[in-house]
Structure formats: C-alpha cells, structure tokens
Design a protein around this ligand. Structure first.
Ligand code: TXA
Ligand code: MG
Length: 353
C-alpha cells in the first residue's frame, strides 16, 4: 500500500504548502451541483481560500468572519493590507448583519440591483473584521447574481470576502483558466462556471456620504443609478485625493504588455504609428471594433463588438490572450466616450497607465 506521497516542494513548504496546480471543479451538470456546493462549503468552513465564479469576474473567496482566512487571502493575492475587500452576501438578513444601518438610498439601490453587479459601501458592523475593511469604518457589500455562489453563501451562513481572483494589480480573471494561470499554484480548488456573464468588476457606490459617490463604474449605467437616487458625486477619472477606493489607483487591471488606446482613419495611418513604436511586428496585437485592419501582418488583429455589454464580456479575455501570446504592444481602437462607455474607458485607461 502506498501512502499519498506529497511533492518535495510541498513538503519543504510545510504548513503553507503551495499547490502545484489547483483542481478545476466543473459545475455545469445539475447532478454535480449539489455535491460541488457541499465540497466548497466544507473548504470555506475550514478557513480555506477557493476561487469561485461570479457574474462579473472570478473571485478569490474566504469566510469574511474568519480573520485568519482573510489574512491568507491577502497573502495569496499579494494585496496591500489597506485595500478593503468586498463582502458577498446572499440574503437580506446577512446584508443587515454586515452594516450598522441602511441609508434610504442604499436600500433603494439594493432593491433595484441586487442580486447583481453592484457593491454598496456602508458603515460596517462589529461582525466584519478589520482586515476586511482595511481598518476603516466602512464595508463594501455585494449580493452576486450567480446560482452556484448564492447556494454556497447560503449554505455557509456567513458572508464571503472575495476580491477578484488575480494577483494584485493584474487583470481580473473571467474564466477558470485565467485563475489557473495566475493563482493555480497557490490554491487548492477553482470552481469552473465558464466565462463570466458581465466580464468587468462590479459598480462600487459609496452610500455613506451625501451625495453618494461612484467609486468604480461598472456595467450598470450611471444614469440608471441616478434615476433612482439622484446625482452621484465625483468623476471617477479624477483620483480621490484620500484614495477611498484603491480601485481608483491609476495602474490597475493591467495586462503585462504596454497598452495604447488609439483612433485611426485608415490602415496606412495605423501602420505609420505602429512603425513609430519600434516593436517587433509579430509582438503587436490590435483590438479593433470599427476600423479593422486587414493587411497589417501584425501578431494578431481581434475584432470586438461595438456594443457595451458584449465589449465588457470580451475585453479581459482578449487582454489575457495578449498576455499569453507575450505581446509587447496592445493597440486598442478607442471606444466612444459617451456615458454608457464610462466603465470600459475607465478599465482601458487603467490598463494603459
Ligand atoms: O465584481 C466584483 O466586484 C468582483 C467580484 C469577485 O465580486 N470583486 C472585486 O473585488 O472586483 P476587488 O477587491 O478586486 O475590488 C474591490 C474594489 C476595490 O477597488 C476596493 O478598493 C473597493 O472595491 N472597496 C471595497 N471595500 C471598500 C470600502 N469599504 N470602501 C471603499 N472601497 C472599497
Ligand atoms: Mg481586483
């Protein structure tokens, strides 16, 4: 009889053993759903960190009420301790337990958009550990619209702290494969729910101040929020001087290659500008929506739809692909600058910083 034989590197690492490669757990088949929920819940109850799909991007989840689990989460991500983490809930009672009170505007937004891609920054309750909030008086709360994740949270009975499942500063993952590439040697399990429906991170609204502030634009149009609660404060293109939300730091959500956002009238113009960049032709990737170059002969030309939701769904996958291809220059055809493109332009600006 052979005992399980851990790899030498796992032995050396001792208690903090690194996983050579996380297991991918598929949840596509209904007969596997229940068993998968149970397995994930058991890991979370034991204080483990696992990667889970949400409708926005994949999250790196741990029990939000176990400081040790949250500490592990920060360590795996390499996240600065001052950057607070979003707490994920799946019913109103759990939401109530996270904060000390609900301003009327918060209630109205939650009723309109939960479950969904909206995070509300509220005054925290004593149940939320300091580590989750970066030591501050507020907590970001979100009810994700994702059947598996909701089932896991409800079965746990405690909220889950979950930042995006990527190393700090890098692109958010929108597939289990992206998580595997970035964090596969650091976690035990990645639940594979397929590509995320939304594709960019949730809208973050701070409802602890009046007027409420838009800390991070997302797929919910700003106008839809303002229709419900009136004007939001702050243009997210202007970094908050006291940095209330590190998602506002300029360099964030970034691919490894240099990324530029250009407009061009025709292929000749694009070619001239590319030559000026002095990069190997094969290491250039172009992401276009309207003026699609046909004969450039660069590494790759991808076409992304000029429709906000489809663009958001595809953007990070395209940028991840550029990273995998070891691109040195990513040229993104500038999207429109109308309000509905706010979140896309925000992410592209950060990716190019
Ligand atoms: O869609 C999402 O929000 C994904 C999925 C996994 O839910 N999560 C996510 O988490 O993007 P993360 O940690 O990568 O980004 C959370 C953002 C950060 O910009 C953080 O600074 C901000 O939300 N945030 C969280 N709690 C906050 C708080 N109490 N006050 C201000 N900003 C907060
Ligand atoms: Mg993130």
């Amino acid at each position: 009889m052979h005992e399980f034989n851990p790899s030498p590197s796992a032995l050396e690492a001792g208690a903090d053993a690194r996983f050579r490669r996380a297991e991918l757990l598929l949840i596509d088949a209904t007969d596997r759903f229940e068993g998968s929920v149970q397995r994930v819940v058991a890991l979370l109850q034991a204080g483990k960190v696992v990667a889970l799909p949400t409708e926005t991007v994949y999250g790196l989840a741990a029990s939000a009420i176990h400081p040790e689990a949250v500490r592990k989460l920060f360590q795996i991500k390499g996240r600065p301790a001052l950057n607070p983490i979003i707490v994920h809930i799946a019913d109103w009672k759990m939401a109530d337990r996270c904060c000390i009170h609900w301003p009327p505007v918060a209630r109205r937004l939650a009723e309109a958009f939960w479950p969904g891609p909206l995070t509300l920054v509220l005054f925290r309750s004593a149940q939320i550990p300091d580590l989750v909030t970066g030591g501050g008086p507020t907590v970001g709360v979100r009810w994700p619209r994702h059947a598996f994740l909701e089932a896991v949270i409800r079965r746990c009975g405690f909220p889950l702290a979950a930042p995006s499942a990527n190393l700090a500063g890098q692109l958010s993952p929108t597939t289990a494969q992206h998580v595997l590439e970035g964090l596969g040697d650091q976690i035990e399990l990645i639940v594979d729910g397929g590509p995320c429906q939304v594709g960019i991170e949730s809208t973050v609204v701070d409802v602890t101040k009046q007027p409420p502030g838009l800390l991070r634009p997302g797929i919910i149009p700003q106008a839809a929020i303002e229709n419900i609660i009136g004007p939001l404060q702050s243009d997210p293109t202007i970094p908050d001087p006291i940095l209330r939300s590190p998602g506002q730091v300029a360099k964030h959500y970034a691919p490894k290659a240099k990324l530029v956002i250009w407009s061009w009238e025709n292929e000749a113009e694009l070619r001239r500008r590319l030559i000026g960049e002095g990069k190997p032709w094969a290491a250039i990737q172009v992401l276009a929506h309207s003026h699609i170059p046909r004969g450039l002969g660069v590494g790759r030309v991808s076409v992304i739809p000029l429709a906000v939701e489809a663009y958001a769904r595809g953007l990070y996958a395209e940028l991840h692909r550029c990273d995998e291809a070891h691109a040195q220059l990513i040229v993104v055809e500038a999207p429109p600058v109308t309000p509905e493109w706010l979140a896309i332009n925000d992410r592209l600006r950060r990716a190019s910083a």
